[in-house]
Design a protein around this ligand. Structure first.
Ligand SMILES: [Zn+2]
Length: 419
């Protein structure tokens, strides 16, 4: 019996290691509103039934939509593209190859152990946790707190960094890694911590104006899962009523206009909103932090990838928030600063008007419920074969570029909401 169990486990591990064998990535150039509508309908009707994974499908004509398709659905999907004369190409014939390459790269890079965090490779959550624990005690201006436990029992941690002169300032809350597969988001959060700790950096000068609360990985269970098996996993790892499908899209699980639109009731869907608002340990912990700091917090910033967007509420409706001009000013400051420094372009606007309708997101909650005046989601640049696999060799360039935008946004917020 035990032997049989071990055998089944070994087979399961071998099989699940290759979950994306033969999966293709299709890029579709969206040339007009008709094609956009067509693809949106296609997504609505087919995505769950056929387990398609739309990595990008935005409101914009002239954008490239991208979908991952498993082998048994490729014929159907290609027929749909052909029948509708969509301009598509196969950008990867087998994403498992790219994933294997990325895992192998991680394995090699992780052999060179360093006490310092560096930006030439990605880190597992246990490594990030160790790094955060070391910060505590290294400097009296830094406080690392356990704010709860993930579904699988990992510690959820925030880092609070202040100037350390006893003055309490307005604050900025920053997080990353709510979506498991977006590896650059935790890396970006770590980079901000690193720069705040370095008194010679330009970024650390912002501590004169603001306190920073940073949660580098909101969803560590999902994040860890992407390093082991399912590279494209997005959700948490909690059990749902349907045992075959686990996890909730944490960024649809916040209690503001929860489940009103742009989120799925289907427990197997990638945008499943959960059985109730804040059903997840991870979103509950994040909520408690937000509620604790909300009176002094003027800026909520969450890192995602990919696509170079700076987007603010509302997500649940196309109506703009009352203070949209303020939010727009901050997002524009970030986009302009990055473009001026490096030429990289960001698009900015409200979530629903720029990307798609999405309810129950952390930014809508931060602005709509916690009344934090500026709430922005920064979709960092993509790379690699499917977008989330930005090569490790490009992390440093990406975080150095992105921090320019973050700095400009924090400065704008500090100016608009003085202490
Ligand atoms: Zn995301």
């Amino acid at each position: 019996m035990l032997k049989a169990f071990i055998l089944v486990t070994i087979i399961a591990l071998c099989v699940s290691k290759k979950v994306y064998d033969g999966y293709k990535v299709y890029d579709i150039k969206v040339k007009n509103q008709n094609e956009l509508k067509l693809l949106e309908n296609f997504e609505t009707n087919e995505v769950e039934k056929r387990e398609l994974d739309f990595l990008s499908l935005h409101n914009n004509v002239n954008d490239v939509a991208r979908v991952v398709v498993k082998p048994s659905e490729q014929k159907f999907v290609e027929n749909f593209f052909k029948q509708n004369k969509l301009d598509y190409k196969v950008s990867s014939n087998n994403i498992q190859h790219a994933i294997d390459k990325e895992y192998e790269e991680y394995r090699i890079l992780s052999q060179s152990k360093s006490d310092e965090v560096t930006f030439d490779r990605y880190y597992r959550y246990e490594e990030i946790e160790k790094f955060l624990d070391k910060l505590e005690g290294s400097n009296s201006n830094v406080k690392v707190e356990n704010i709860g436990k993930s579904f699988e029992g990992r510690n959820l941690k925030t880092v609070t960094i202040t100037k350390g002169d006893g003055k309490s300032r307005n604050s900025v809350f920053i997080d990353g890694g709510i979506h498991a597969r977006e590896w650059i988001a935790p890396a970006m959060s770590l980079y901000l911590i690193d720069q705040l700790m370095d008194s010679r950096s330009n970024f650390s000068k912002l501590l004169d104006q603001m306190d920073f609360v940073i949660q580098p990985v909101v969803n560590p269970d999902g994040y860890d899962y992407t390093f082991r098996f399912f590279r494209l996993w997005r959700k948490t790892r909690s059990y749902q009523r349907l045992l075959s499908c686990r996890g909730v899209d944490a960024n649809r699980n916040y209690d503001f206009e929860w489940s009103s639109a742009g989120a799925s009731d289907n427990g197997c869907a990638d945008t499943y909103h959960g059985a109730k608002p804040f059903s997840e340990n991870e979103t509950l912990a994040s909520r408690d932090v937000i509620e604790k700091i909300k009176d002094k917090c003027k800026f909520f910033l969450t890192f995602h990838s990919y696509g170079n967007y700076l987007i603010y509420p509302n997500g649940y409706t196309k109506d703009l928030p009352e203070n949209w001009e303020d939010q727009d000013e901050v997002a524009k400051a970030g986009a302009d600063a990055i473009e001026q420094a490096t030429g990289t372009k960001y698009t900015y606007g409200s979530v629903s008007n720029t990307l798609y309708i999405a309810s129950g997101s952390s930014t809508d909650y931060a602005y709509g419920s916690a009344k934090i005046p500026i709430a922005i989601c920064m979709e960092l640049p993509g790379g690699g074969f499917f977008g989330f696999d930005l090569p490790a060799s490009e992390i440093e360039k990406t975080v150095k570029e992105s921090i320019i935008g973050v700095q400009a946004m924090v400065e704008t917020v500090a100016r608009k909401y003085p202490n």
